[in-house]
Design a binder for this molecule. Structure first.
Ligand code: N01
Length: 536
């Protein structure tokens, strides 16, 4: 046990100091608990601390992608753009941490490697990479959905004599790319955001694409005073209204099913949304866009037509068009001039599905049929999503039950926040919750508030432990699967189903029932004395 611990016994250990961990600290400390946040990074911010590649920005609108719990904070902070760039989001997070005096309870550069529940004492024992130990009755996993970058396994990578960077842990001091021949591997959200910026800096940019993605123009722009004031004056009502949506965010949601209108009308609506709304607003056109194959196919064809119009070389345009899955089958991307970048003379697209990467060598990269001389390789190859961060920690519950064994066939949770066999451990935006399909900041607040209320319930009733029941968990997992299977979304080879990690069980991990429905579910669980849980 660390010295600090002995002096001041902890009530709650929070793992992670991103949006989730910071709000957990604020809320739980405010409720009178002694809390320590353990964070692997050198500073706070989680995803926004690590992913600082050029062009990184959020694709949820700034006025919404921010904490709502403090009206003072949401009025005081000023966003500069419709979609905030990463440095601004990180500044915002630091501003909040200072304002709420959070830093004194956060221990940085502290990677948690194990969390074990001691059944006798009903205490979580947490161990760090450096060998420090912490103990507390409650453990909150605020470890993030996209926080474990994939470790590249390209043959010969270590022999490459140039520089190698990952978008997911971009150097803080920045990277000099002027005059360099740069190879970018990966064309998901990160690759799509970084491409136009790399193209401006590099002598030549080679984009190695395995699967083309559906990407919608962000239509990012500066936030004008009138828009900002309109939001700020109406924040309480808008935040409340956002909680009644599918995604915990306000958007121009169409309510009429696409299947009930003509092809021409849909075409006009897609055009309006592509040119005037932008971002995820494009897929909010119709409520059945992810469930009706014809509507989904129309939206998908529309995007492909746009790619054909934006990219001058028809061969390149064709390569950039997704095939074999419809829009939403993989995470939809939001871009600023991504497709147009391929019209530049210093940008080459290489389809590594038909001509796979064979290896790297001291001077560059070889596919099966071509060789590329490179000075710098940038990897934007994704994350071990949703379960990665939890399974990286050696978590054991009652009877020495290992989470890694419990989840060998895929994650199982009760309402996305608790796991049977693992008492007093809560997950913020875990598998089985709407998480990545929502405005994450709002979902984080919702989870943390639920957890804090649950702890208050335990205290009021003199309980020292709470645990999800196996049965309740099974029912929830079946429901999550059933809802996902009623959509077209599990069909794509996405990280939603773990398809990007060889050997990962293919399970659709997030809950697709919608944020509003989910809110009702978790409120009902609480109002029925935490139905589906047992207490000790
Ligand atoms: O990762 P990804 P990401 N050889 O997994 C390719 C959030 N995010 O970091 O599709 C060649 O989406 C892989 O190809 P394939 C957002 O939720 C948000 O871009 O597996 N290629 C794919 O093209 C997002 O979805 C924001 O065939 C290889 C790419 O690498 C999530 O984070 C910004 C390969 C990985 O794409 C993850 O996005 C950024 C290989 N061996 C991220 N291995 C915003 O808010 C992988 N690939 C805007």
């Amino acid at each position: 046990m660390s010295e600090r611990e002995t002096a001041n016994p902890l009530d709650v250990i929070v793992i992670g100091a991103g949006f989730a961990g910071l709000y957990a600290l604020h809320r739980l400390r405010g409720d009178g608990y002694s809390v320590r946040v353990l964070e692997a990074g050198g500073s706070i911010g989680g995803t926004w601390y690590w992913n600082r590649y050029p062009g990184a920005r959020c694709d949820v609108e700034s006025m919404q992608y921010s904490y709502s719990f403090s009206d003072e904070i949401q009025r005081e902070w000023r966003w500069s753009q419709r979609y905030a760039p990463q440095p601004e989001i990180l500044r915002y997070i630091n501003f909040v941490a200072d304002k709420l005096d959070l830093r004194r309870d956060i221990q940085l550069e502290t990677r948690v490697v194990a969390a074990n529940f001691d059944e006798q004492s009903r205490i979580w024992k947490v161990r760090t990479e450096a060998g420090e130990a912490f103990e507390a009755p409650f453990c909150v996993m605020a470890t993030g959905c996209l926080s474990v970058p994939i470790v590249p396994s390209f043959p010969g990578l270590e022999s490459f004599e140039g520089e190698v960077y990952r978008t997911s842990d971009w150097p803080h001091e920045g990277v000099q790319l002027k005059g360099k021949r740069v190879g970018l591997i990966g064309t998901g959200s990160s690759g799509i955001q970084v491409t136009p910026v790399l193209a401006e800096q590099a002598k030549h940019l080679y984009v190695f694409q395995r699967t083309p993605n559906y990407s919608i123009p962000a239509l990012n722009r500066p936030i004008d005073n009138e828009y900002e004031q309109d939001w700020k004056q109406n924040y309480p009502e808008r935040r409340k209204a956002a909680l009644a949506t599918r995604n915990n965010m306000l958007s121009d949601f169409g309510t009429v099913p696409g299947s009930s209108v003509s092809h021409e009308e849909r075409e006009r609506e897609f055009e309006r949304r592509w040119t005037k709304v932008g971002g995820f607003g494009f897929v909010h056109a119709y409520p059945d866009i992810m469930t009706d194959p014809a509507v989904n196919a129309h939206a998908s064809e529309f995007v492909k037509k746009k790619i054909a119009a934006l990219v001058h070389d028809p061969e390149v345009a064709k390569k950039l068009m997704p095939s074999g899955y419809g829009i939403g089958g993989k995470r939809i991307c939001v871009d600023t001039a991504y497709f147009e970048t391929f019209n530049r003379k210093n940008v080459t697209l290489i389809d590594v599905k038909s001509d796979p990467i064979r290896s790297l060598n001291p001077n560059g990269l070889s596919t099966h049929s071509q060789s590329f001389e490179l000075d710098t390789v940038i990897l934007a190859i994704g994350f071990d999503a949703i379960t990665g961060a939890l399974l990286k920690i050696d978590i054991t519950g009652r009877n020495g039950l290992k989470l890694r064994d419990r989840w060998a066939e895929g994650p199982k949770t009760y309402i996305g926040m608790a796991i049977s066999g693992f008492p007093n451990m809560f997950i913020v935006t875990g598998p089985g919750s709407p998480s990545v399909f929502t405005n994450m900041v709002t979902s984080i607040e919702q989870h943390v508030d639920w957890i804090a209320d649950c702890l208050a319930h335990l205290k009021r009733n003199g309980f020292s432990a709470i645990e999800a029941l196996h049965d309740a968990e099974d029912k929830w997992v079946s429901h999550v699967n059933e809802v996902a299977n009623a959509t077209l979304m599990p069909k794509g080879n996405s990280w939603y189903v773990g398809a990007n990690i060889p050997g990962k069980p293919r399970v659709f991990m997030p809950y697709l029932g919608g944020a509003a429905v989910y809110k009702k579910v978790i409120e009902e669980v609480a109002s029925k004395n935490y139905e589906g849980f047992r207490f000790a």
